[in-house]
Write a protein that binds this ligand. Structure first.
Ligand code: OAD
Length: 236
């Protein structure tokens, strides 16, 4: 793969699993004991903002008190970005900050970020290192109940789609790591990459729903197999 000049990497919940963050599609179909519709839709937020804020406050806390830290797979991607001498873009579906904690730069969080909040009225985005309470007054509009987690909920548009599309159209290696391939548009990136003539590699615990679309798959825990793959690729 020495002729590779441009890499796009897509990550999902599986890359943070070894850090202790639960993935979404567990056998019981629940996400942290909630139905996704109860906590991850704009309708849920309208219906019960207190429950939704509490849910995301709970998800934010372990990242702030270092209960959850980056693992060997996050570090391997940071190394790849540092040492690869071509173009590199890391796109993640994850809302945690573990890629940044490991040293990755300019990560595109297509499903938003738990350490940010947004004003519903103005769209302004702020850092968020505390719980959000429904009674908190927004810094930009001064209103209560206008602050929401900066998260893309079901039924909302993922972020950075133009930048991601441009990077995939110009890449010659696309790697997908720790994602089940159930949620579009991310699950369709592999086809976009193939259309652009890129080589495609899936790294996951098991075959994803779109495994057949990849040229190659490496199956195992990301924290075990990714550092080995990165070292082999970089020749280190
Ligand atoms: P999923 O929970 O659907 O899939 C996680 C994948 O990671 C599965 O295929 C697991 O087999 C794999 N996996 C688990 N542990 C692993 C490990 N240690 N190493 C490698 N792979 C491992 O999570 P996503 O595909 O990220 O969207 O889910 C996509 C989107 O669905 C999420 O971003 C979220 C969710 O609804 C929104 O919230 C908008």
């Amino acid at each position: 793969m020495n002729h590779v000049k441009s890499i796009v990497v897509l990550t999902g919940a599986g890359i943070s699993a070894e850090s202790g963050i639960k993935t979404f599609r567990a056998d019981d179909g629940l996400w942290e004991d909630h139905r996704v519709e109860d906590v991850a839709t704009p309708e849920a937020f309208e219906r019960d903002p207190r429950l939704v804020q509490k849910f995301y406050n709970q998800r934010r806390k372990p990242l702030l008190n270092d209960e959850v830290v980056a693992n060997a797979a996050h570090r391997a991607l940071a190394k790849l970005q540092r040492e690869f001498d071509g173009a590199f873009l890391l796109v993640t579906q994850n809302i945690d900050n573990l890629h940044e904690q490991a040293g990755s730069q300019s990560v595109l969080h297509m499903h938003g970020e738990i350490l940010k909040m947004r004003c519903k009225a103005t769209g302004d985005i702020f850092s968020c290192y505390n719980d959000i309470d429904v009674s908190d007054l927004c810094d930009c509009c001064g209103e209560a109940n206008n602050l929401r987690p900066h998260i893309v909920w079901f039924g909302e548009m993922p972020l950075y789609m133009n930048e991601i599309g441009d990077a995939i159209s110009g890449c010659d290696l696309f790697i997908s790591i720790g994602t089940s391939g159930n949620v579009y548009p991310a699950a369709g990136f592999v086809q976009m990459a193939k259309h652009a003539g890129a080589q495609t590699l899936e790294i996951n615990l098991d075959e994803s729903a779109v495994a057949a679309n990849f040229d190659r798959g490496i199956y195992g825990k990301a924290g075990d197999v990714l550092p080995v793959w990165v070292d082999g690729f970089l020749g280190t």
